[in-house]
Design a protein around this ligand. Sequence first.
Ligand code: IMP
Ligand code: MG
Length: 205
Amino acid sequence: MLRDIDRVLIDRQQIASRVQEVARTITHEICGGDDPALVEDHEVTLVPILTGSVIFLADLMRHLPLRMRIRLISVSSYPGTSTTSKGVTIQSSLDSLGQDLQGQHVLLIDDILDSGRTLHAVRELLLQRNPAWVRTCVLLRKLRPEAMAFPVDYVCFDIPDDFVVGYGLDFDGYYRNLPEIVTLKPQVIENWSTRTPTGKPGSPA
Ligand code: IMP
Ligand code: MG
């Protein structure tokens, strides 16, 4: 797996300190400050978009000191070996989760903002439930016009418009466990269909 990495874009120290910084900003905005008495009086519902946001969620939530619940939502837009968006499919909706979001503070969390279609679709679903406050938070935003034009409240990092994996982001379901944000060697993606479990190209049939 490690030999498939082309370049490390963001290392674990950079991620850790930025996630902590963004968590502080979010806490401050929801609670109106970080005084413990203020923090005790507030509550938030986190809505992470599966599966890519799981590691970001785990780190971010441990830096949010207020009372919280989590409601998961599952969306697919890069099925299998796609490296470009194939349109948004919501696989589990908030209805099936039975969560009443009316009057709640809701923080929508995703791994990466690319075309903005995923966040747009999920945000619309959330707004139908009349929450008091909705904000969106992403780990990464690609430096491309659609992403930069999309209204998002908290962005940890802006990155070049490349396909990236690691820290929750995948290629065909793999590489989520890499602790850094990396690009893959082009030949890994090109030869993917002929790989073996060891990652080596298979012998021709
Ligand atoms: P959007 O709907 O085009 O904004 O795409 C967002 C979703 O596509 C993210 O939640 C990711 O799951 C996936 N995605 C977009 N870019 C990448 C990438 O570079 N690597 C891995 N997944 C990506
Ligand atoms: Mg995703």
